[in-house]
Ligand binder design. Sequence first.
Ligand code: ATP
Length: 696
Amino acid sequence: MPALVISDDSKSLIKEKKMKLMVQTVDDTPSSEKKDKKSKKSKDSAERLSKKDMKKKRKAAEADDHEDEGTSDTSSSELVDPDNSKGKKVKLSHGDEELVKEEHPNAVSKFRISDGLREKLRTNGIEYLFPIQAMTFDIVLDGCDLVGRARTGQGKTLAFVLPILESLIKGPARESRKTGHGRPPSVLVLLPTRELASQVFSDFEVYGGAVGLTSCCLYGGAPYHPQETKLRRGVDIVVGTPGRVKDHLERGNIDFSSLKFRVLDEADEMLRMGFVEDVELILGKVEDASKVQTLLFSATLPHWVKDISSRFLKPQKKTVDLVGNEKMKASTSVRHIVIPCSTAARPQVIPDIIRCYSSGGRTIIFTETKESASQLSGTLPGARALHGDIQQSQREVTLSGFRSGKFMTLVATNVAARGLDINDVQLIIQCEPPRDVEAYIHRSGRTGRAGNTGVAVMLYDPRKSSISKIEKESGVKFEHVTAPQPSDVAKAAGLEAAESITQISDSVVPAFKLAAEELLNSSGMSAVELLAKALAKASGYTEIKSRSLLNSLENHVTLLLESGRPFYTASYAFGVLKRVLPEEKVNNVKGLTLVADGNGAVFDVPSEDVDTFLTGQENAADMSLEVVKTLPRLQERDPSRGGRFFSNGHGGFDRGNGGRFSGGRGGRGSGFNGQRNDRFSGGGRGRGMGRSNNRW
Ligand SMILES: Nc1ncnc2c1ncn2[C@@H]1O[C@H](COP(=O)(O)OP(=O)(O)OP(=O)(O)O)[C@@H](O)[C@H]1O
């Protein structure tokens, strides 16, 4: 398979305008060295291929690239259409047309992938490479260091697994790699969390195992002995978290002197978590760094990571960046929604959000702290918690139960934010805006993977948190909706119950008919009304509460206060209310927030107080109060201005009647995903994780 050549001369970005795809060669080589290098160039295997080949490859990726146009769903479904099966019509000699299936431009058969590996890919339903894999395969196989970036769920794992394995079995690393009992590893892959290490390890087990290579997984919280035994017997690939890998190094259990590959997956997170020193120490254990290939992957590469990468990667490293300068950094196959909701209302609102937006699939809820993850999972039926304070063995049981569908809602801290690839996660709920945009991108990226669609809902308290920063930095255009109204949820439940009733066998009718007739005759209600009650009962409803638009509080109503002149502060609005209403009623007001144009304020009051407020306005000529049907644009807290408020710039809220009419299930019934269900989990390391670890 011809390699994709990216000339070192093309120091600047090679832009594919149409693809909006960025392939970048970062060449830090000093210019004096460059001249020498130029003469060597023809010998370099990476450079051996013609420009035509390169063009062809990039066209292939273009055909696949679902980043095109930023948000297009059609293109994302093209990405995963397993056989791109439209095919091509050809004219037969007798004039008829026949549909001839064209091979996918990135079909596995077009790459230098050995039979054993190809067969394994086929059995796992992988027939062609995704763009990040196609764009980087030859670069890695031909021996270059690489920085790879693609949005979440785009297949970055196989982008390094496949060329590394190929290099070890047939490529450049084959000759010099150590074999036999007690061999030192040829590959080291470092990841920030135990769960992720386990996941990547199982990819190496599956694909490496198919070509006779062995792997082991090293992470904290698990006993040392089995890990030591495996290392002593000899392995080809070591996957692990930096802390435990370092511990094994210090105990003299691993010898990294013969490494051929070092991979930093989710590199930015690993470095952010305070692993820089561990990572540096580990990477420094190779005998001759010039003989080792280093690969760095993530969906987010803040600038400071790029700086750090130049310490670990060779100056001639290549960069394949499928996000580049595009505005949208988060997944384009995910619906990004924000809902105003107070902390107190979360336990009531979240089940309704799940009902409306999860399409019956799995949901992951992210909280900021371990404590709130435990608390919330306790209040949600059938939910389990996953965070750093839970024992490793239990974390593994929990994640495996979630993967296999034993329970459908996982409440997690950021320990589950990165890299986890779990089949059929349809909905992500973030209980509040995360501290940084990277967390938003990775958390929301647990859905909408491999071209499937998904929904990411972020709850926020307009008085306390700002979503504008995340919106600006991620490039996401949030849909602003209010929490689903219990009446809407009940209607949806009623339709489901009605459908299930039609499926009940006629044979049960005689047994219940007498009771039904008696009820109809004695109740004084119509058959429809009685049936409605029966449907309510069948779907678990005995009453339907109202929910305020502002804070999503049950049995509260949102009111809009105006006084004909601007409100500069919330206390001014309180002052206006206190002039005409009893103080104890004003004290019950919840979440008072100024509206964006500054001409009013919205707040919630208990349903039983609404009349008092509406009649109270009659005591003052210059004020008006009304129940709002649609939440107006709000001023948002601006943390950078010491808590002052500013307009959040979106155009009001839609009624959150849920995702029954949108989102939908994934477009691709991934054969491979299905196989990953029973993977076990690993976890974040107990020490050295910096500030963030205390929280998650
Ligand atoms: N070529 C392919 N064909 C079909 N499915 C694939 C292909 N490559 C990867 N996948 C599947 O796509 C899913 C996402 O892959 P992966 O977990 O590697 O994404 P990622 O880019 O690393 O995401 P994240 O940034 O969230 O870590 C996995 O279920 C994987 O099996």
